[in-house]
Write a protein that binds this ligand. Structure first.
Ligand code: C2E
Ligand code: CA
Ligand code: CA
Length: 672
């Protein structure tokens, strides 16, 4: 189908088309009936009038003729009437023959019907009474012209046809207008529905009509649109907010951060991002259950929210991680003050089942533009700072690029260290400490080593401080002590009677539980306590001298020897150590190594030895690097010596081998 048929097909498939088609169909059925009826009545009426007139006229004429009496005069009158066009045919018949037939020979009688013979003439015969009753019988035959009436009827017909045509046109026009009155609002509705389908729900649907069916359809559509709008808003809200606290989530915060960066850039302002991680949340979650965990998160959120201005954003990143965006700050100080305010808000405990619970947090701070020019970088750096704060047990830390460089490799090493403890990657080495007078092995210092699967041997200088930061130092110390005890027990079985000297980290003395645990291990080892030396650095004692003294007294009461390690590096005077139950003083290797060349070092070593002896302490010189040093120490009356020149730290097996060798030969200070 193409061209006009296609256009018509399309048109009749529209509502307007159907209405037009319906109107047309109804009129095509009704019109012929109506028209036929009208035409018929008009025709009948005209014909009847014509016949009445014809009959009246014929009788009047016959009467006029009768009054004339004279046949010639009659003939003249007839001629006149014919000439005047009154009749197309007129004759007086007298003979019987004539009476019966007309000119054509047929029997003359009145037509009775209009246009009976199709000759456009109406014939009528009227009797003429000439000379009274007994006079001759004559008939007047008349023929009237039918064409004017036929013409009139034709004209009426045409007029009717024109009227019908005008009527049909009017009907078509009216139905087209009516159709479009209905379809226009429907089309608007359709356009509205399409708009909604394409995702534009913001404008209400309007149809501008009073047709009830369409307005109720419009109302349904409008209701549907509003539902969609509501549903959409709900979905949008859900995708940008945290369900528990109703705070913005990571996606929304990141978006706001981007906006904030743009305007900070334009207006040359600073902004601050705070990454927050709660401490101890897991404990509350585990002990009280998730219900209280959720409550806690909500309460933490509302406490922080109270500190914020309208333009600030608090977001929850899931778990116990929160993030705050301050889109405009005056300076660094401002950011720090704010972090302090947040910490202060956590001071008051939270109450669950009438029990107080305190919650700490670590805050990492990144500033724009100092710590990053885009959202990703700022978020990462705030995160790194937060990690550092947590690791160092600090409330908050402002991001530091230098620290970050180290922290990444340190962070990964810290993770590995956790594994190392579980996967037995740690080993012990033992460095001999000799008695200068007896020239015999007095003790071995226990030194830990880490055989990292990728990095190889990692020395304690690198990982002990990490272990302290990662809270791994306690399990590490326990492992070292137990491993050393295991080894020591084997040596005792082999009749090797030297002591073991164990290093304790300053953090080991921070609480009383851990030293208690170490003492329990020593007690239950079934090795005499006097075979243990515990080495402590000055810093361990300086931090909290009172507590340190109590702990040292406990160790002392147990029978363990106590040594002060790295003496001379901590700026503490010997007299401050006076009240402590110490047995041994280890002079730091930095003084020993140079004492033969550096007079100051020599004097320090000399006076330290003297003072220590006065206080009843034995002195160990660390870092003995040559015979010359050894000789000088002997002259200064030093008690014990330790150093690479005398013996490097060795594995248990190698130490045993060296001991066996030297037993066969002469016992010498020159060791392995
Ligand atoms: P430290 O307690 O002063 O241990 C002595 C350190 O000096 C050891 O280093 C040893 O190898 C080294 N040394 C011994 N003689 C000489 C010498 O003649 N010259 C030089 N240059 N160095 C010498 P190491 O094994 O690397 O240990 C370093 C530090 O790590 C130790 O210093 C100690 O503070 C700590 N550490 C080692 N093992 C442990 C442990 O099990 N627990 C704890 N808490 N700390 C440990
Ligand atoms: Ca030591
Ligand atoms: Ca030392």
């Amino acid at each position: 189908m193409r061209g006009i048929p296609l256009v018509l097909h399309r048109f009749f498939n529209t509502l307007t088309g159907r209405i037009v088609l319906g109107g047309l169909a109804i009129n095509l059925i009704l019109l012929p009936l109506l028209l036929g009826g009208v035409v018929y009545l008009v025709q009948k009426n005209l014909q009847a009038n014509f016949l009445d007139q014809v009959r009246l006229d014929a009788h009047l004429f016959a009467e006029t003729l009768t009054q004339a009496r004279d046949p010639d005069l009659m003939e003249d009158m007839i001629d006149d009437a014919m000439l005047a066009g009154r009749y197309v045919y007129a004759r007086i018949a007298t003979s019987e023959q004539d009476l019966r037939h007309d000119a054509g020979g047929e029997i003359f009688q009145e037509d009775f019907f209009f246009n009976q013979h199709g000759d456009d003439i109406y014939y009528i015969s009227v009797p003429l009474l000439v000379g009274g009753e007994e006079g001759e019988r004559r008939m007047l035959f008349l023929g009237y012209d039918e064409t004017p009436i036929a013409e009139q009827i034709r004209e009426t017909l045409w007029l009717c046809a024109y009227l019908v045509l005008a009527y049909i046109v009017a009907i078509l026009l009216a139905s087209a207008i009516f159709g479009s009155l209905i379809t226009r609002p429907l089309q608007r509705l359709r356009a509205g529905a399409r708009r909604i389908a394409s995702g534009d729900y913001d404008h209400p649907l309007e149809v501008l009509t009073t047709i009830r069916e369409i307005t109720s359809l419009q109302q349904d559509f409008e209701f549907m649109r509003q539902e969609l709008v509501r549903h959409n808003k709900e979905l949008e809200y859900q995708s940008l907010h945290d369900a528990l606290t109703h705070l913005p989530n990571r996606v929304l915060l990141q978006d706001r951060l981007r906006q904030a960066i743009y305007s900070a850039q334009r207006e040359d302002r600073l902004l601050a991002l705070f990454m927050i991680d709660l401490d101890g949340f897991k404990t509350i979650n585990d002990t009280l259950g998730h219900h209280y965990g959720d409550l806690l998160l909500q309460q933490v959120a509302s406490r922080i929210q109270n500190l914020l201005r309208k333009s600030d954003t608090l977001a929850r990143f899931g778990g116990d991680e929160f993030c705050i965006l301050l889109p405009s700050i005056a300076d660094r100080r401002h950011a720090v003050d704010f972090a302090r305010k947040v910490m202060a808000a956590m001071e008051q405990p939270f109450f669950f089942e009438e029990q107080p619970y305190k919650v700490g947090m670590s805050i990492g701070i990144a500033l724009y533009p100092e710590h990053g020019s885009d959202d990703i970088l700022l978020m990462r750096h705030a995160d790194v700072a937060m990690y550092m704060a947590k690791k160092n047990h600090l409330d908050y830390i402002i991001y530091d690029a230098e620290q970050d460089k180290n922290s990444i490799s340190r962070l990964s090493l810290m993770w590995d260290l956790r594994q190392a403890l579980e996967q037995h990657e740690l080993r012990l080495e033992y460095q001999p400490i000799f008695d200068l007078r007896s020239r015999r092995l007095d003790a071995v210092e226990i030194l830990v080593r880490w055989h990292h699967p990728q990095r190889g041997l990692v020395m304690p200088a690198e990982f002990i401080s990490l272990a302290e930061q990662a809270n791994l130092i306690k399990p590490l110390t326990v492992w070292v002590l137990e491993e050393a005890i295991r080894q020591c027990r084997r040596w005792l079985e082999q009749d090797r009677d030297f002591r073991i000297s164990v290093n304790l980290s300053p953090r080991s003395l921070q609480d009383r539980e851990h030293p208690r645990r170490l003492m329990d291990i020593v007690e239950s080892s079934r090795i005499p306590a006097r075979r243990f030396i515990m080495e402590l650095t000055e810093s361990a004692i300086i931090a909290d001298p009172q507590r340190a003294r109590e702990i040292l007294e406990d160790f002392n009461a147990l029978g363990v020897c106590l040594a002060i390690d790295d003496f001379g590096t901590g700026y503490s005077s010997l007299s401050s150590l006076k009240k402590l139950p110490l047995d041994i003083l280890k002079i730091d290797k930095s003084f020993i190594q140079d004492m033969t060349r550096n007079k100051d070092d020599f004097v320090i070593v000399q006076s330290t030895i003297e003072l220590a002896h006065n206080m009843g302490l034995q002195v160990v010189a660390e870092g003995v690097a040559s015979d010359e040093i050894l000789q000088q120490l002997e002259e200064l009356n030093c008690d014990k010596v330790q150093g690479f020149h005398l013996g490097r730290p060795l594995s248990a097996a190698r130490l045993e081998y060296w001991l066996d060798e030297s037993r066969n030969h002469s016992v010498s200070l020159t060791g392995p």
